[in-house]
Design a protein around this ligand. Structure first.
Ligand SMILES: Nc1nc2c(ncn2[C@@H]2O[C@H](COP(=O)(O)OP(=O)(O)O)[C@@H](O)[C@H]2O)c(=O)[nH]1
Ligand SMILES: [Mg+2]
Ligand SMILES: [Zn+2]
Length: 329
């Protein structure tokens, strides 16, 4: 799996938007010592009821978690060590004996079914925020929250604006231009070269409301994926319509897309104002002169950021964009 910091090397303007390489508190360390020196390296690309699908040297291996891993559980994107039967034959079962340290972690929010934030994807380096331009129209609240989640996790955000046959992308692009989050515009059946360029050599997680066109995109990018589109009519026909997170390899691009059906929002409870400031290097230094404990929101007493902007270190648009993200958490 391509991974690590490839996205950061593609030349986004680091002065405008920066994501955190080592977000505080989001790097669980592997507790396991390498007991199995013979373990082969693999990457988890699907998880289903305690069975892990792991890509090991190009072979899709089914594996269980070794008891010695204790309570550790793996998610899609995890890099692991595997021993045992790696023939890839139908009944073959290998064992995961090591969980490697994660570069990035995406959490989903707690919900009615599960009161805990859970890690849903590890080691992604790009969050593709898929938003339709119409039917349904853009949800700015969701886009903002996704951008916060990405920046705080050290993952590059990318806006993918779909259904451009129905409405102009200009208002959305204008709204996000102060953040310098890159945007690509697509429509069904249209060219995908620009999107492919962004997906190359990256591990990208696709998120967005139901109906925005994620499955349509994935099917165009990975024809063998056969993701069900439209209404959920295909459930029960054996296609991937369940709530499982699956990583799909992109032919020829040395990249992966991770589909996250059913994930509507990311856990942001752990994201502090300072975590987010880190993504705004033009504001970060100004904040050192705020009253201690300043939350930096508009009108906060003792917030130095307005004066900092007035001194020409940044712009009012950038400060407004930062504060918009702050309150979207
Ligand atoms: N007009 C238009 N409709 C689209 C486009 N892309 C997808 N759709 C339709 O939007 C609906 C939802 O698409 P789907 O890919 O299932 O969305 P998902 O729920 O995000 O996976 C389907 O009826 C698609 O045919 C597009 O570019 N333009
Ligand atoms: Mg879908
Ligand atoms: Zn402040």
């Amino acid at each position: 799996m391509a991974g690590g910091n490839r996205a950061r090397e593609r030349g986004y303007d680091e002065d405008d938007v920066r994501s955190r390489a080592n977000p505080r508190g989001t790097r669980p360390r592997s507790k396991q010592r390498p007991a199995h020196a013979d373990a082969l390296d693999g990457t988890v690309f699907a998880v289903d009821r305690g069975r892990y699908s792991v890509l090991v040297d190009g072979i899709e291996v089914t594996a269980m978690r070794a008891r010695e891993l204790g309570r550790a559980s793996m998610v899609v994107g995890d890099r692991v060590g595997v021993v045992g039967d790696m023939s890839g034959e139908p009944d073959a079962l290998a064992r995961i004996v090591r969980l490697d340290e994660r570069d990035t972690v995406l959490r989903r929010t707690a919900d009615d079914n599960d009161p805990h934030e859970r890690v849903i994807v590890a080691n992604a380096d790009q969050l593709v925020i898929v938003s339709a331009l119409a039917d349904p129209g853009p949800s700015y609240g969701l886009i903002d929250r996704c951008i916060v989640a990405a920046l705080a996790a050290g993952i590059e955000p990318l806006l993918c604006l779909t259904k451009s046959d129905l409405a102009s992308p200009d208002p959305v692009i204008e709204r996000y231009s102060p953040l310098s989050v890159p945007a690509v515009v697509t429509h069904r059946g249209g060219p995908l070269d620009e999107l492919r360029g962004h997906l190359a050599e990256s591990v990208s997680v696709l998120v967005g409301h139901s109906g925005v066109g994620k499955s349509t995109l994935i099917n165009a990018l990975v024809p063998s994926a056969d993701r069900a589109t439209g209404v959920v009519s295909a459930i029960g026909k054996g296609r991937h319509t369940s709530s499982s997170v699956v990583a799909l390899r992109l032919p020829d691009l040395d990249g992966w897309v991770i589909d996250t059906p059913g994930v509507r929002s990311f856990g942001l409870a752990h994201v502090t104002a300072d975590d987010l400031l880190w993504a705004f290097p033009d504001l970060e230094d100004g904040a050192t002169q705020c009253l201690s404990g300043c939350e930096h929101v508009a009108g906060a007493p003792g917030c130095h950021l307005d004066a900092w902007v007035a001194q020409g270190h940044s712009t009012a648009q950038r400060l407004a964009a930062f504060r918009q993200l702050l309150v979207s958490r």
